[in-house]
Design a binder for this molecule. Sequence first.
Ligand code: ZN
Length: 538
Amino acid sequence: MSHRFQLSLSLFGLLGSLIACSCLLLTIAGCDSTETAVSDHPPGSDSEQQSQRANTDASIVSDATTKLQAPLGNKEDVTFGDSDSQQQNNRETALAQTPSGERKVAPLPIQFQGPAEKAKQLKVDSERLVANGIRTVTGKQLILHTDLPLDDELRSLPNLFEEAVKQFCTYFEVDITKVAQWQVRACIIQNMEKFENAGLLPQVLPKFQHGYSLGDRVFLKEQPSEYYRRHLLIHEGVHSFMLHFFQGAGPPWYMEGMAELLATHQWDGEQLKLRNFPADKTEVPFWGRVKIIKADVAAQKGKLIEQVMQYGSNAHLNVEAYGWSWAATTFLDQHPEFQKIFRKHAEKAGDSSPQFSLDLIHGYGEQWSKVRQQWQLFVMNMEYGYDIKREAIDDVRVQQYAQLPAQQSIQVKADRGWQSTGLAVTKGMKIQLKASGRFVIHQESDAFGKEFTDWESEANGITIQYYKGNPLGKLLIAIDNLNQTGVTGLVSYAAIGAGGEIEIPDDGVLYLRVNDSPSELHDNRGELDVKIMLMAQN
Ligand SMILES: [Zn+2]
């Protein structure tokens, strides 16, 4: 933490910097896609979770008197990091510390048809293909050439692609009849030389690492998992589709983020589910986007959503940019309050300039402060199976606590993330909380996955399992001020459990939740009844 990132991302500042870079536009050929396969099996990744579970109750509150601390330092001057290992970090949280090179706004790509047209003109000579050991599988929407021995998986790819295209049409609201004549020619390449000799590589195709899309031609190098091979095919297919039907794919974060969002899938050979949020790393071997976010956040390199939107055209030479772009599009697409505006914005995908992102931010209006708040929660607590819907914070009318009756009663649902009490508190106030009730914090299944046993909890939580250093189910409290542009106060919570007294450290709104992983809310049930008493104004 020696070089703290000075956060100056007021909306105005961000808009200014985005506008300023619009004069730096350069043209690049086609769509660069250098998405790297990421191993999702790092040494020691399991022990990370175990240490979370094994943490003893490091609760920072006693039942008697609790003092909620404000995040250290100015809220505008903070670092973004994971707070798993040290309870102190629960409250001293983190904001992006972007490596200096990445903070510059690099030129954005403009799609243009030249190379794609040239690629299209390349004639395919079937005799030359056969002579070079290249096999062809043809479907309605996909012609596939590969030098790999054909197996059922490879033979199924045209069906997969046809199904994917149907889902692109539904998602982007493109009339299905328009794709009848649209076809992508894909090469899955083990030995580049064979494809050169067969005349399948257009001269305009640059050297690429993993996948490359040139208009309706896509090129993939063979990947270490069948999952990731399909993922890249769909990813490049999204680029081709957007370029064809929108004449562009938006700025880099959106172009790559949409390709990642749609390509992250489940496929059983017949049924295809795009826009899948993987529940587990074994679902998506070598995909690794969740790992990227967790690693960056742990290394104090977490990003605000506006920083992701500022990726330049070169940013995606690094695989990290794919992780962050996936996170941004996935968050906005799956959040119940934010998805409508985000999805509608696809109609502007022809605009690859920074104006695209500015318009999106403007489209959210005052809601943008909520996007920023909940984005931080999302990336700070990134997990496989992160339940964006249950973690979404419902709107509650905010009222000044000082003007309301001193005793308030609030219900805290066990199956949701942070919940606003609607009580605006001010620095120096003293309040007392008392929580009562029982709820289900987990359902344990037997060895056959059939019989379920409820784990019941009260407000102090259960000490058989811990999450982020606190007992599962323990009542947490935080104060957040949406008008502040720095780190959300929701990452500087305290564990209050069954009750205690709190001195309010900062102006803001009081939030409550029970302690649980964002991927484990679905099997919770019931609620806590929390009585709040205003003891003193300041
Ligand atoms: Zn791409």
